[in-house]
Design a protein around this ligand. Structure first.
Ligand SMILES: CC(C)(COP(=O)(O)OP(=O)(O)OC[C@H]1O[C@@H](n2cnc3c(N)ncnc32)[C@H](O)[C@@H]1OP(=O)(O)O)[C@@H](O)C(=O)NCCC(=O)NCCSC(=O)CC(=O)CCCCCCCCCCCCC(=O)O
Ligand SMILES: NC(=O)C1=CN([C@@H]2O[C@H](COP(=O)(O)OP(=O)(O)OC[C@H]3O[C@@H](n4cnc5c(N)ncnc54)[C@H](O)[C@@H]3O)[C@@H](O)[C@H]2O)C=CC1
Length: 719
């Protein structure tokens, strides 16, 4: 797990060996201790280089070990042994030095990095802090403000920035280990006292208290209830105010709290889930490792509205050629301008040249004849989309993959408009498409494994977190969201206000409550969808109440607001009021409150007290119950897929892992009991009926989420 050799006569070389990222598992830590002893006791060795195998220095602690009983020497002690060494220790950083990997390098007396190397302390993203001395050494090396930035955000820096910050001593474009050996030779025999970072005083800016107060405020606001960023600030504060040994104690104390918190478990689950979803499979047996994506050089986008523009930008930014088609002359002109602006702004932010020349625009669908893949993003209208797919089938060269960005329509119906339904797949991007990380790749019964693989691969190239899901109304994300929204409407009918519901959800950790979010995305969007499903209009002839549709409870509140022209931020009024159309600051609207009162009076509803707990249970458990149905139907391969969709597409608070992980944390028996309770209270809401998979899981003793798949696979009859 760590290898020792002597190079150039006088330099000991310790190589970390734990593919793929040389994570610091117990055996690697043990190996370092043993190889260090060898190097220090080898009288021919005057200095030592530490490097990693296969061009990667180290990806940090072995995250898989966190869930187990830790054995082997603690990393803090390993790093102290390195720092205390009486021969110069040089870290040769290639690939990445992250987390414990960077902390190991900070224990060395010198650091040299390849120009392409990335360095960082991303522990905060895993719900932890750099507890192997990172919070104490980094501020001593680069100052408190820069250390706070890196430790509280977890962002990676490339070698040039690391050099500028003073994290590394040299950057090389050549072979890093050779350059490190040279450096090691040049410093052999030199005094080391001034190279041990733990002995440095921590430079204290004069306004230290104000600095930490400001930082704490900023971090708390951004953290939305996550505790790790706050602990990171506290640990750096210890570095700035305490001697090193006491600082290290404080670092450990804070780490123990984080380590044993549910938040760290949630975030580490999410780390592995994000990787697991790229290893997709479908119920028909298609798999990521047996399905080869088709070659994609040129992509066409049809329809340059909100989504088409963002998709075009995201494609051009990956370096692909794009042909963008829009039938409305005015829209086409507007899109050209908007896309160019977005590309220029993005390029400026990333310090690269804008890729405007990658895009050609046309009002004519014939222009896409030589595209390898098409993404349709016209209005959400089945008749129109069918017509477009017929055109695509006629115009495109054989073998072109035909994708739709529909957010809810039946992908299979679109596939049947073409001669090659196996080439049709949903690519459901989220708005704004060049920013949002999530992509749902929707396969129908006839979609070929190659089409899924191609869409997944394209998503990866575009920097998206892509999740393969089966075709159904709303797919995974919007199917669950519908019930979440509906419960929120019902709560208003029963006595809640938008402010109360939003506060409960925002305190839970959502960036925005459901009503503020609806105002932002536009109430008219859902209204159109409901009308398409015939849910937006009362069947007066049936004599049924406006609050019953298709035999189930329905709330027309959203439709009534739209009928008043209240579409949300865009019209300056929705569930809240705004200072002007397009305004962003929501304020409580007295009109809305009196509208709710008269609505309740009209329908004979008596307002009752509703607390935050009920808001969370009604909105979240309804959604989670649907998640279980989705798992049972095989629409999502596992709970990880649903959780990744919610975290990356719907701003579910990361430190709560995702809806299915949250259900596991709450306890499946409790979720079941509360659903039964609400179903009894609201028998006209059939989807509150607990899903049979949830019942089966509870009957199986509520296994942890990692073992749900075993229960999902078991046929019902066995239970
Ligand atoms: C490294 C990457 C940038 C590579 O990216 P890429 O090439 O895209 O590959 P990936 O697909 O991401 O990864 C490939 C493969 O590797 C696996 N993997 C990656 N990193 C790790 C890792 N660190 N550990 C384990 N496995 C890893 C990954 O899962 C993939 O495998 P697959 O899942 O099978 O496909 C990228 O991978 C990346 O960013 N990695 C994470 C980097 C990171 O976050 N590092 C920080 C780790 S945390 C850390 O280092 C903390 C410390 O060092 C602190 C140490 C002190 C610990 C002390 C604990 C004391 C607490 C006391 C508690 C007492 C409790 C009690 O009382 O009980
Ligand atoms: N807006 C959103 O937040 C999201 C929307 N979607 C889906 O993306 C699709 C597009 O939605 P938006 O961009 O919001 O719509 P939009 O209304 O902003 O844009 C649609 C564009 O398509 C153009 N168009 C119509 N018919 C056309 C044709 N035959 N050929 C070429 N262009 C044509 C229109 O002129 C318009 O510019 C819909 O299916 C929608 O459900 C998916 C995710 C999120």
């Amino acid at each position: 797990m760590a290898q020792y050799s002597r190079v150039s006569g006088t330099v000991g070389l310790i190589t970390l060996q734990n593919p793929p990222v040389n994570a610091l598992c117990a055996a690697v830590r043990q190996g370092i201790v043993e190889m260090l002893k060898k190097a220090l006791s080898d009288s021919k060795v005057k200095s030592v280089v530490i490097c990693g195998q296969n061009g990667i220095f180290c990806g940090g602690a072995d995250i898989k070990e966190f869930g187990m009983n830790m054995s082997g020497p603690p990393l803090v002690q390993v790093i102290h042994a390195i720092e205390d060494a009486n021969k110069p220790m040089v870290a040769a950083i290639e690939g990445v030095a992250l987390g414990g990997g960077l902390e190991l390098a900070l224990g060395c007396h010198y650091r040299i990095a390849h120009s392409k190397a990335r360095l960082g302390l991303p522990e905060v993203i895993l719900g932890l802090l750099p507890a192997a001395g990172g919070t104490q050494r980094l501020p001593r090396l680069i100052g408190v403000p820069a250390a706070l930035d890196l430790i509280t955000t977890g962002r990676h820096v490339i070698a040039a920035e690391a050099l500028q910050l003073g994290i590394v001593d040299q950057v090389t474009d050549h072979k890093t280990v050779d350059a490190a050996v040279k450096l090691a030779q040049s410093v052999a025999g030199k005094p080391l006292d001034a190279r041990r970072i733990s002995t440095y005083p921590c430079a204290r800016p004069s306004d230290l208290d104000a600095l930490f107060e400001g930082e704490m405020q900023k971090v708390r606001q951004r953290a939305r209830g996550a505790i790790a960023p706050v602990a990171c600030v506290q640990a750096v504060q210890a570095a700035a105010t305490l001697p090193y040994t006491q600082g290290i104690e404080r670092e450990k104390e804070l780490m123990v709290t984080l380590f044993t918190s549910g938040q760290a478990r949630a975030l580490q689950y999410l780390f592995f889930s994000q990787r697991a979803v790229s290893k997709w499979s479908t119920p028909s047996g298609a798999r990521w490792d047996t399905s080869k994506p088709g070659p994609i050089h040129k992509v066409a986008v049809i329809g340059l509205g909100t989504m088409g523009r963002g998709i075009t930008v995201a494609l051009a930014q990956t370096g692909l050629s794009v042909v963008a088609v829009e039938t409305q002359e005015k829209q086409l002109m507007g899109a050209k301008k908007a896309v160019s602006n977005m590309l220029e702004q993005g390029a400026k932010r990333r310090g690269v040249a804008p890729t405007l020349d990658k895009i050609s625009y046309s009002p004519n669908i014939q222009a896409i004849a030589d595209a390898d893949l098409v993404i349709e993003a016209v209005f959400e209208d089945m008749a129109l989309k069918k017509q477009v797919f017929q055109q695509l089938a006629a115009v495109c060269k054989p073998g072109t993959f035909l994708c739709t960005n529909t957010s809810s329509l039946d992908v299979d119906q679109l596939a049947s408009q073409t001669r090659s339904p196996e080439l049709v797949v949903g690519m459901h991007f989220f708005a704004p498409a060049h920013v949002m990380k999530l992509l749902e790749v929707v396969y129908g019964p006839r979609t070929s494994p190659q089409a899924v693989a191609t869409a997944m691969e394209l998503g990866k190239k575009m920097g998206k977190v892509s999740v393969a899901v089966g075709n159904c109304q709303g797919f995974v994300g919007n199917r669950m969201l519908k019930l979440y929204l509906e419960q929120a409407f019902f709560l208003l009918e029963e006595g809640a206000t938008p402010e109360l519901v939003d506060r409960a959800l925002e305190e839970f950790g959502f960036a925005m409550g459901v009503f503020r979010m609806s105002d932002l995305s536009g109430l008219d969007v859902g209204w159109k969808v409901r009308k398409g499903l015939m849910l937006g209009e009362t069947d007066v002839s049936s004599g049924q109440s406006a609050r019953i549709r298709q035999g189930c409870r329905y709330s027309p509140l959203g439709d009534l607001l739209c009928e008043q022209g209240r579409f949300g931020q865009k019209t300056g009024q929705g569930w809240y009021q705004y200072d002007k159309p397009g305004g962003r600051v929501a304020s409580s609207d007295p009109w809305l409150h009196s509208f709710l009162e008269s609505y309740r009076a009209k329908h004979g509803l008596v307002a009752r007290h509703i607390d935050h707990q009920e808001v969370l249970e009604r909105c979240l458990y309804a959604m989670i119950n649907e998640g279980f149905r989705i798992l049972e139907e095989g629409i999502a391969a596992g709970p990880e897929d649903i959780d990744v969709i919610y975290v990356f597409g719907y701003s579910w608070p990361r430190h709560r892992g995702g809806p299915m992980f949250y259900a596991d944390m709450v306890g499946l028996a409790k979720v079941l009991e509360r659903l039964e309770h609400y179903q009894q209270a609201h028998p006209d809401v059939p989807y509150l009926q607990p899903c049979s998979l949830l019942r089966r899981l509870v009957a199986s003793g509520s296994p942890p989420i990692q073992r749900w798949r075993e229960v999902i696979k078991k046929p019902h009859s066995q239970l």
